[in-house]
Design a protein around this ligand. Sequence first.
Ligand code: BGC
Length: 737
Amino acid sequence: MKMKFVYVAIAISLGVVSLKAQQKAVYLDDNQPIEARVKDALSRMTLEEKVKLCTAQSKFSSHGVPRLGIPEIWMSDGPHGVREEILWDSWGNAEWTNDSCTAFPALTCLAATWNPQMSAIYGKAVGEEARYRRKDILLGPGVNIYRTPLNGRNFEYMGEDPYLASKMVVPYIKGLQSNGVAACVKHYALNNQEVWRGSIDVQLSDRALYEIYLPAFKAAIVEGGSWSIMGSYNKVRGQHACHNDLLLNKILKGEWKFDGCVVTDWGGAHDTKEAVFNGLDIEMGSYTNGLSSGKKFAYDDYYLASAYLKGLKDGTYPMSSIDDKASRILRLIFRTAMNRNRPWGSFTSDEHYNAARTIAEEGIVLLKNESAKKKEAILPLNGNKYRSILVVGENAIRRLTEGGGSSVLKVKKEVSPLAGLQAKFGDKVKYTMGYASGKPVYDREVAPDFNTDSLHAEAVKQAANADLIIFVGGLNKNNFQDCENADRKSLALPFGQTELINDLLKVNKNMVVVLLSGNAVEMPWIKNVPSVLQAWYPGSESGNAIANIITGEVNPSGKLPFSFPVKLEDNAAHSFGAIAYPGDGVKEEYKEDILVGYRWHDTKKIPALFPFGHGLSYTQFKYGKAIADKKDISGTEEITVTIPVKNVGNVKGKEVVQLYIGDEKCSVIRPVKELKDFQKIELAPGEEKIVSFKVGKDALKFFNETLHDWVVEPGAFKVYIGSSSTDIRSIVNFVFN
Ligand code: BGC
């Protein structure tokens, strides 16, 4: 009897205790500050549970804490839409029927809008799609600097200029994360080529690192507040970037005070000790080598799994290391998966298609628009003038959301350029393929299913009888094109397109070339083609956006986010031989240092085919004289520079007014000029606006390697204001004291 009483008393008190524990579960309470929730959850976890958080449990998810009701983290590529569902433990597609997404334009196209508002719309919309699909992290956006036009992944990045990429990445992240879905900025850092991407050891100066390659990542973290970041595959100064003391401990978590999670690129971890000490938090991949081989379900063999647990238990690794990693991961979970206030998201909505089309329309760049015999330019195209329009080129009908590697998308809708043009010009439009490539396969080249000689001959035959040719070509998402895991083999257009364009021109010079690519291409035919559009990869609304630009329903306003060199050797990285690109198989030296892109073209006086910042409109903008309110400044003073810009043409249009700064004399080499501000303005015909910029000390600084700090040397500076990096319309001089 007495015993029974004791049992009941114990049972009741245990119940009360566990009830109390439940009530006090701060980590479950949304109203509590995140840091309190992190601390509480951590205090309830076993060592095993903490370590579990640090590794994948499937191809695209990492562990939660089932006992405490803390969910796993679900991830998806990124960055142009939400990738289709992938099998639990292999790269195969899960074959779901409800995961066909909206494809937004590739990030090069977004960067080419030079409109941060477009980034905000993009981030919000793609975040809504990710949220609807129950994702906690979207793997993107990418901000690796465009160093060479051969890099197979440039299309996923935001161009060659750190300032432009910084301004464009921040609103994307804020928009995305407003859905309670974390951004995972990638690939940190110096993953500027795909050749030997898993092992190449990048050597560069501190100046190049801080002035060129880090600013966009810093903006993503410090201004954008990105909740996660992906380490890159390559090495930097001898250590893999996924566990790199300099990049992760000193810079990211030290200088930038990042409180989020470092996620490996898939299979990017290589060593337990380095992973423990050098800043890694979550290890992703699959199989023991993270990618393709090893035994199945090897998650326990990951560098941050059993080996880490053992080392913690035997004292090899300090407990503080796992508490830090687990806290970061919990913080991420509370910001995303356990944020009950996040919106529900939406998928393939009209609003998303509108966003995709508007961004594409603002990003398409009119490279050239001249008439052959001083007649009117061909574009905007007046359909009434032509009886027959011959569309030539595989890209007019090819799905360009397919291929490319991890950014591949399964889409509900992709309007092809041909369909877009047919919708405008109806039966006048005839189509012939002209050239062909094979299917997009990630790691090899596939021969086309066509006799390409016949395609070529047929196109030339039909071109002779057409009033106008619209050639739609460029690159595609095949291996050795704009695709992960390999770089392009040359700057030339592939699949016989150069020869085809030349042969078409022999029979018909009335031609518009539309290039779809995420990279610059060589254009030996440029003098003979009157009109050229750079249309990037525009996504689901591709054809509609291109056709709206061609007809002039939308006036083009995109500007190049990177330079198009005449030939490959004109690009900085290719001027120093193999050691500068692609390296010697072990290491690579960034010998061009800070002179990347237009900084190189300008300083070395090597004209680009189309310079950074270039892009035409169907109207013309007249710039007045720039005026500064002061002649000299010092300390934290700012100088205000104003310039009138007038639309002197006949149609409404948008112009990107660009401000560059040049340091006239300095103890270290500086580029002739660097982008430090820009504004995109819209003007009706005849309308004039005064554009005003403020320039302060920060815009004048360079990174001093000895002091390890940003400094400005007093002296003369120039403000260049223009319509591109070479089309400078007005210059103002001032002195910094
Ligand atoms: C790519 C990443 C991608 C990951 C997951 C890697 O191969 O480099 O960008 O997010 O795969 O698909």
